[in-house]
Design a protein around this ligand. Structure first.
Ligand SMILES: Nc1ncnc2c1ncn2[C@@H]1O[C@H](COP(=O)(O)OP(=O)(O)OP(=O)(O)O)[C@@H](O)[C@H]1O
Length: 335
């Protein structure tokens, strides 16, 4: 079983995902394999991995919105005391929006195009509370101010009268106005330019401090994860292949997939002395047995086609790779 020693033992975990597997219904195709991670109250956990690694699917399970064609075949997802995988649709509807807010890269479709933003806010607020229109308007303006928007103007605008960054801020305001315990931010900056994206991530960090909520930050871009998170899980082929304190993973990446991701980062403030490394094989090439990265791994060995358990390198860092043992031996020898 994959373990996140960094947070699994903490008593103040808000979200605990244990041994979660998701399969295509009536087939043996596993899309998520024995996922295990947890997010303490008030912390940002980053989930990083290439397209198709299972990040959004993980978010979908936490939201209780898994497609009917898929099924959870093992494991548990606990938000506080609630076991998400066994809640009814009605209970899930109560949790979504109120306890868990979801923020996607697709902010353009968050608002209906032909209805003014303010009216949409009022409808959402009145749907979840018994406030009058006047009270709901006040709440909407409050939260639009909170995300540093010109509140009155945005309130009276149609969505297509706002920039991408403004729309994403408005979507954030709408997502957080019920003070959720958990925000799932699924590639929240993908459709934005670099600077606007950075400001959106700054805003999320600021709101996290204010609301004391937790954030699951999903990205295929390591630079977003590195700068903002306390812990990180690296996903490949539906598995977390490395997990730990972000600083520990950064300082000493063990799994070759993590290492290659880190090496491939473009750093604008550094002169590149050598060619950026490329990964072998096609993206999305997943080994069915053993380590899912083994078909592309430069350090592959025979044992990688067997089950590769998560092994720990101290309390803040684990990886599912034979190189953990090599690392341990090296440490022992050089001590
Ligand atoms: N309803 C579904 N039925 C069958 N397969 C699915 C379904 N939803 C997702 N998948 C598959 O599950 C895998 C993981 O998809 P997921 O959307 O979680 O990837 P991701 O890591 O979020 O990628 P991206 O960064 O591109 O969003 C993919 O191979 C995808 O094709």
């Amino acid at each position: 079983m994959i373990e996140n020693k960094t947070t699994a033992t903490s008593e103040n975990n808000l979200l605990v995902v244990e041994n979660l597997s998701v399969t295509v219904r009536n087939s043996r195709e596993k899309l998520i394999r024995n996922l295990h991670f947890s997010i303490p109250q008030g912390e940002i956990f980053g989930l990083v991995g290439e397209s198709g690694s299972g990040k959004s699917l993980t978010a979908t399970v936490i939201l209780g919105m898994l497609s009917k064609s898929l099924e959870v075949t093992s494991g548990s997802v606990k938000l506080g005391q609630s076991e998400i995988t066994s809640l009814s649709e009605r209970e899930l509807r109560n949790i979504r929006g109120k306890e868990i807010a979801y923020l996607s890269q697709n902010y353009q479709s968050f608002f209906t195009p032909f209805i003014k933003v303010g009216k949409q806010f009022i409808e959402i607020i009145r749907c979840h509370t018994d406030m009058s229109r006047k009270e709901a308007r006040k709440v909407a303006i409050h939260w639009l101010n909170k995300v540093h928007l010109p509140a009155e103007r945005v309130f009276n605008s149609f969505p297509d009268e706002l920039s991408g960054g403004q729309l994403q801020r408005a979507a954030i305001a709408s997502a957080i106005m019920f003070r959720p315990k958990l925000i799932i931010a699924d590639e929240p900056t993908t459709a934005l330019d670099v600077l606007t994206g950075e400001r959106i991530l700054d805003l999320l960090s600021e709101l996290k401090e204010e609301l004391n909520c937790s954030i699951l930050l999903i990205s295929h871009d390591l630079k977003h994860i590195i700068n903002r998170t306390r812990t990180v899980g690296v996903m490949y082929g539906g598995r977390i292949v490395e997990i730990g304190k972000t600083s520990a993973v950064l300082a000493n990446p063990i799994h070759p997939y993590t290492d290659l991701l880190l090496q491939s980062r473009l750093r604008l403030n550094k002169h590149i002395q050598h060619e950026l490394p490329t990964m072998l094989g096609e993206p999305g090439l997943i080994a069915e047995e053993g380590c899912p990265f083994s078909k592309r791994c430069p350090s592959v060995r025979e044992s990688c086609s067997n089950k590769v358990p998560m092994s720990s390198l101290g309390t803040h860092h684990s990886a599912a790779c034979h190189l953990v043992n090599a690392e341990r031996e090296e440490r022992y020898v050089t001590r």
